[in-house]
Structures are given as structure tokens and as C-alpha cells.
Design a protein around this ligand. Structure first.
Ligand SMILES: Nc1ncnc2c1ncn2[C@@H]1O[C@H](COP(=O)(O)OP(=O)(O)O)[C@@H](O)[C@H]1O
Ligand SMILES: [Mg+2]
Length: 229
């Protein structure tokens, strides 16, 4: 009998937006993995190739999304994971409808999201325990069933994350054991997302020096854009 844990979820309702010369990309990874750094580097690289590049953050990116972001961050009571999952999903649906899909209909445009569905799988699905299937189910209906053409998961270990956050001057004690467990679950969640979407999610070694990480990302982008070097 098949082990339930190893069951592969049904992802047939998902698709990439069809946009002949435009692309939808996302960055994923825990805090300190280098998303902001690499997003900036990829933007310059793509602009050098004469693409229009739109950078978006989640939740946010629309007036409604920014309000939701404020509500989530300012919440004084702990949010139920299902409330959290739907808040992120509503912000995402608005962002897709108002911004992402419209931008992608313009020629030679690249939309890059700082976190997207895989963060929902890692945070609400894994770390908050809703399960991956629940997150996928929430995203079944259009426009939420739109997936990036490529996703770069910047893979770093817990220790590197904490060291970089400390160096960045983050005051919170991230060595506290609960938070360690939480981060470990996030990493497992990202790995699970990579198993479910092996073609879309490119696992990038985020421990390497910045330029090496950028080069690894560019290798995949070139392949997507049909550029041979
Ligand atoms: N490849 C790297 N090697 C070492 N330090 C890095 C690397 N990439 C980013 N950093 C540093 O780590 C910190 C976190 O990077 P950042 O891009 O803000 O990560 P994120 O947006 O994923 O939280 C920053 O201080 C940044 O300068
Ligand atoms: Mg960042």
C-alpha cells in the first residue's frame, strides 16, 4: 500500500500564464537566504537584456494588499493559520488580477515576486501545520492557479540564516528553541514544495558567495529565455 506521506498532490489545475515574450519569476527561501540581494542582481541582469522588470512583494503590491499586509503585521492577537492562509491568498489574487497578469500581457516584461505560493506551503502549510494539500486547494481557482515560469529557492541552513540576520542587526533572539524548530519546518516545507514542483523550482546553493549565486540563477534564466552563452 502506498504511504500517504509520499502521495504526490494533484497539481493539474495549476498553469503558467501564457505570455510569449514575458516571464513570471519568484524567489523563495528563509530569512537571510539572499532573496533581496539576488532580486536586485537579477533585475539589473534582465534590464541589461532590455526587459522591463517589475519587482513585487507579498503581501502587498496593491493598495488592498498593502492594507492586508498592515493588518497582518499589526495584529495583536495570534492569527489562526487558516485566517493567515486566506489573507495571503486574497492579497495574491488581487495582485495577480490587478498587476501580474496585466504586466505579463506587455511584451518583454519580467515580473519577479519576492516570495509566492511556496512560502505559503512552507509557512502556513508546513510550519503552521495546515498541510500542503490545503494550501494547494486554496489556490485551485483562477487567478490563484497561476504559477511562475521559474522559481529560485535559495537554500541555506539554519545557522547561516541566524548569522546573517544577526549581522544585519536583527535584535530578536532567533536562537530561541521554538524559533529554531519553526525555521527547520520552513526549510522542510520549501524542500517539499521543490519535490512537488521539480521543474519550476530551481534549488540554488545560497551559501556560495553572492556572485556565484547570481551566476547560477542566470544559468537557469538564460535557459528559460532561450539565451545560449
Ligand atoms: N551569498 C551571500 N553570501 C554572504 N552574505 C550574503 C549573501 N547574499 C546575501 N548576503 C547578506 O545576507 C543578508 C541577508 O540577505 P538578503 O538579500 O536581505 O536576504 P533575504 O531577502 O532573503 O532575507 C544581507 O546582509 C546580505 O548582504
Ligand atoms: Mg528580503
Amino acid at each position: 500500500m502506498k504511504n500517504l506521506k509520499e502521495k504526490t498532490p494533484d497539481i493539474s489545475s495549476f498553469q503558467c500564464p501564457s505570455s510569449p515574450s514575458s516571464y513570471f519569476l519568484s524567489f523563495e527561501g528563509i530569512e537571510g537566504s539572499g532573496k533581496s540581494t539576488q532580486l536586485k542582481n537579477l533585475k539589473s541582469y534582465l534590464e541589461g537584456l532590455e526587459y522591463r522588470v517589475i519587482i513585487l512583494r507579498e503581501p502587498g503590491g496593491t493598495a488592498f494588499g498593502e492594507k492586508l499586509r498592515g493588518a497582518i503585521l499589526a495584529s495583536e492577537e495570534a492569527l489562526h493559520p487558516i485566517a493567515e492562509a486566506y489573507l495571503f491568498a486574497s492579497s495574491r489574487a488581487q495582485l495577480l488580477n490587478q498587476v501580474i497578469l496585466k504586466e505579463l500581457s506587455i511584451k518583454k516584461t519580467v515580473v519577479i515576486c519576492d516570495r509566492y505560493i511556496d512560502s505559503s506551503i512552507a509557512y502556513q502549510g508546513h510550519a503552521r501545520g495546515l498541510g500542503t494539500e490545503t494550501i494547494l486547494k486554496i489556490h485551485e481557482l483562477p487567478p490563484l492557479n497561476s504559477l511562475p515560469h521559474q522559481t529560485y529557492y535559495l537554500d541555506i541552513d539554519l545557522q547561516t540564516s541566524f548569522e546573517r540576520q544577526k549581522a544585519r542587526g536583527n535584535e530578536k533572539d532567533y536562537f530561541e528553541s521554538e524559533s529554531k524548530k519553526f525555521y527547520q519546518k520552513l526549510i522542510q516545507g520549501f524542500k517539499e514544495a521543490s519535490r512537488i514542483f521539480p521543474d519550476r523550482i530551481k534549488i540554488i546553493n545560497g551559501h556560495l558567495e553572492e556572485e556565484r549565486v547570481s551566476a547560477d540563477i542566470q544559468k537557469y534564466v538564460n535557459r528559460l529565455l532561450g539565451i545560449s552563452h
